[in-house]
Design a binder for this molecule. Structure first.
Ligand SMILES: [Zn+2]
Ligand SMILES: [Zn+2]
Length: 245
């Protein structure tokens, strides 16, 4: 008799192989055939991702020209997170990938980007030991429109590589806010102020958490999340994003 787990695995593998014959896995960007089932892009497209390497501001993650240069992004800002790191510059292949993730129903792209972000984090000695990754929540209406929360997909990709648990349903978005793209930094801060609340403070008290989002632009959204976490008793809050705009 075949054990049930083995049978399920065999059927699943056979099903995937059959599916691969009909729809061979292709790069989501240039459509060439790819052979690494954990990836969504070919090696050529992946090589277009531009790492943000040191020096960068340890407070907000902004790239700096020299290690001692003053950060142009920090003055006048109150950040509630302890540090921030963005893995890649928001250049062309990444812009296209994030577009697929947010507007073309490709949650797998988020998981892939999360794994790429995690690999960058593992190379950075200055990032503290994190006990949970917490995706920036979407309002339920926006989530219904998209079908998923893209930040949760990224957080799962981080967890795949690092084993750090994803903290789900801990932070909640109380209000649906208008899109931030056309707003000034000050307007962005006001737009998201007080829109997040911690649903389960016992899950964050005394922990070192990393918030996870797709893009760090002015940091307003992540900062608003961090403020809610700090007020709920989080020990340290860090911010990880795939891209830096
Ligand atoms: Zn490609
Ligand atoms: Zn800075």
């Amino acid at each position: 008799m075949i054990p049930e787990a083995l049978l399920t695995h065999t059927l699943r593998t056979a099903g995937r192989t059959a599916l691969d014959l009909v729809y061979p896995p292709c790069c989501v960007l240039c459509k060439v055939r790819i052979f690494d089932e954990r990836s969504v892009v070919c090696d050529g497209c992946a090589s277009g991702l531009l790492s943000i390497d040191a020096p960068y501001c340890e407070r907000c993650g902004h790239p700096l020209s020299t290690p001692v240069a003053a950060c142009p992004a920090c003055p006048g800002r109150t950040f509630y997170f302890d540090g921030a790191f963005s893995a890649f510059a928001f250049n062309r292949p990444l812009q296209d990938l994030i577009h697929l993730l947010k507007y073309r129903n490709r949650p797998g792209v988020g998981r892939f980007l999360g794994s790429m972000l995690a690999k960058r984090v593992e190379q950075e000695p200055g990032i503290p030991h994190i006990t949970g990754v917490l995706p920036v929540p979407l309002h339920p209406i926006r989530k219904r429109e998209r079908g998923y929360n893209q930040s949760l997909c990224i957080a799962r990709g981080i967890s795949d590589v690092t084993g750090i648990p994803v903290l789900e349903n801990v932070l909640r978005r109380k209000q649906n806010t208008p899109t931030q793209t056309s707003l000034s930094p000050e307007a962005r801060m006001a737009n998201v102020e007080g829109v997040f609340e911690v649903a389960r403070s016992e899950a964050v008290r005394g922990t070192t958490i990393s918030l996870v989002d797709d893009i760090f632009t002015t940091g307003a959204t992540i900062n608003s999340c961090a403020r809610a976490l700090v007020q709920a008793g989080a020990g340290r809050v860090f911010a990880l994003t795939v891209a830096r705009a």
